[in-house]
Design a protein around this ligand. Structure first.
Ligand code: HEM
Length: 501
């Protein structure tokens, strides 16, 4: 009798033990499957993913000493780091996929990250809208950008001639969010605080979410994405974007239908997307947020870096002001005028060279084995990125360690090089826009937008670091450099320079 009573208990324990063992084996198998080995034949520089996550830029500095490619364990996978000298031969290689590489690093299948999927998976829709519509409308949108910049500055910095202390990065994010929204969504939504909050907060929470996911093991990600604060916020802002965008899309669709394609007098991204959709099923809220992702994050970092440079070297301010004044007097806010701001263009490019946001460029996935000219074979299924270190090398730039605002303006004075060395021109020795077929299509817009914002700030305001504050330190992780989020400046309205609109 006693034995009979024990049996069910024993069977239960054995079942639990078997279940536990099976779970352990499955977890171990998944772990092994997800912890891929390094690729054969390419030197391993670091197998410690934390080293990459915390100090990827320092790691790459060490790798520069090696004669050719090397590999590092990153948050997501092994990546092959290719020296800068191979950028030219890889730039248009059809066997290297931009989309596959970024999709693997950005977790595009997770809910809330649909805008990343929209850039990467919906054929080349966003790229087409940017190349064919945005870039070709630059002339039409300048006046709107000038007006919006002045209004935004008035709202943020006011009209007082007394110094006002501001946190620079937050203000620049507000400026760029508003300017970009004016172009992407038009007057209806660009001053709508709900939309501005959604567009800014989605951008930041989604990038944070991706960074956080990368820092966890692949096995943990599918679960943690449901609990992580950043992922939850990305889902929430994406939902809010859908609610705000859909009525505008419906209205614009009806207009395009009534007036015919190309006839829209309203020049903004919703109209362009409706025209470019041509029967494709588009998630407009995701597409709109994908513009914000591309436009807000990197443009505001770039503009912040320019302002920090001006605070570091206040002697640069007056010559730039003088150029802006002269050009606007002679050309007004025309395409010609923006092109004539050569010193400002050169200054922006020098900032991008010296304060690079990304230490590597051209993240690509190899669809087949790719052989480099030195015989190295990039294996099928691997991800590569190209080092962006020529930008800091004295072999490529005279006195590379020195900030020379006139550097690129002087290069443009050489015979036949007048239209080269522009801020918006990607090149192998400065890959801030990427390089080759996938080089950033938004660079012409970003260049105009930042130029307009800087020019008006220079003419209308004085600004400098807050006296007594510590010099700001950039934030560095993986291969990224970002401006410190806490840096303060003081700013006041200047007497005098009137800006034509
Ligand atoms: C200063 C601001 C910006 C910087 C520094 C920047 C930088 C970049 C970089 C490095 C890439 C990858 C290129 C490669 O791997 O070869 C890229 C791609 C891209 N950028 Fe930008 N970008 C900026 C602003 C913008 C803006 C304003 C837009 C849209 C309006 C935009 C749209 C895109 C798109 C759609 C791609 C993907 C290109 C493709 O799939 O071929 N970017 N950008």
């Amino acid at each position: 009798m006693e034995h009979r009573g024990l049996l069910p208990g024993l069977t239960q324990s054995w079942t639990l033990l078997a279940l536990g063992a099976t779970t352990l084996v499955i977890t171990w198998l998944l772990y092994v499957r997800n912890s891929k080995r390094p690729y054969a034949g390419i030197p391993v520089l670091s197998a410690d993913r934390n080293e990459y996550l915390q100090n990827g830029r320092g790691l790459l500095e060490r790798g520069k000493e090696l004669p050719s490619c090397f590999q590092v364990q990153t948050g997501t996978n092994w990546k092959i780091v290719v020296p800068n000298r191979f950028a030219q031969e890889l730039k248009n290689n059809p066997d290297l996929s931009f989309n596959d590489a970024h999709a693997r690093d950005s977790f595009t299948s997770y809910p809330g990250l649909e805008p990343f999927r929209e850039i990467l998976e919906n054929d080349t829709f966003i790229q087409e809208v940017v190349r064919k519509k945005l870039t070709q409308s630059l002339g039409l949108i300048t006046a709107g950008l000038v007006e919006e910049t002045q209004l935004t500055y008035r709202d943020l910095f006011g009209e007082s001639k007394e110094w006002k202390i501001r946190v620079i990065k937050t203000d620049v994010q507000d400026i760029i969010a508003r300017l970009s929204s004016r172009v992407f969504l038009g007057l209806d939504l660009c001053r709508n605080q709900d939309w501005l909050n959604v567009t800014k907060n989605y951008t930041y929470s989604s990038f944070e979410a991706i960074s956080e996911l990368r820092s966890h093991h692949a096995l943990a990600r599918p679960i943690m994405q449901w609990f992580s604060k950043n992922c939850t916020q990305a889902r929430l802002y994406y939902k809010k974007a859908q609610i705000l965008i859909q009525p505008v899309v419906d209205l614009r669709r009806a207009q395009v239908k009534a007036e015919g394609e190309g006839s829209s007098k309203i020049s903004d991204a919703i109209g362009w997307m409706v025209e470019c959709a041509r029967g494709r099923s588009i998630d407009y809220a995701a597409a709109q947020l994908s513009f914000s992702l591309a436009a807000i994050h990197l443009s505001s970092e770039t503009m912040t870096m320019c302002l920090l440079q001006l605070c570091d070297m206040p002697e640069l301010v007056e010559p730039l002001r003088e150029e802006c004044r002269k050009v606007l007097r002679e050309n007004g806010w025309t395409k010609q005028g923006l092109q004539e701001m050569k010193l400002l263009d050169s200054f922006m490019k020098e900032c991008q060279r010296t304060r690079d946001l990304l230490a590597t460029s051209m993240l690509r996935f190899a669809k087949v084995p790719v052989k480099l000219s030195d015989g190295t074979v990039i294996p099928k299924g691997s991800t590569l990125m190209v080092m962006n270190d020529w930008a800091h090398s004295s072999e490529h730039f005279l006195n590379a360690e020195k900030f020379d605002m006139k550097r690129f303006a002087k290069l443009r004075e050489r015979p036949g090089e007048h239209n080269q060395h522009l801020f918006s021109t990607p090149s192998a020795d400065q890959m801030g826009w990427g390089f080759g077929e996938h080089a950033c299509p938004g660079r012409f817009f970003a260049s105009n937008e930042i130029k307009i914002a800087l020019c008006i700030l220079l003419l209308e305001y004085d600004f400098e670091y807050v006296p007594g504050d510590e010099p700001p330190q950039d934030v560095k992780f993986e291969i990224v450099r970002l401006a410190s989020p806490s840096t303060r400046i003081r700013i006041r309205k200047r007497e005098g320079d009137s800006i034509p609109v």
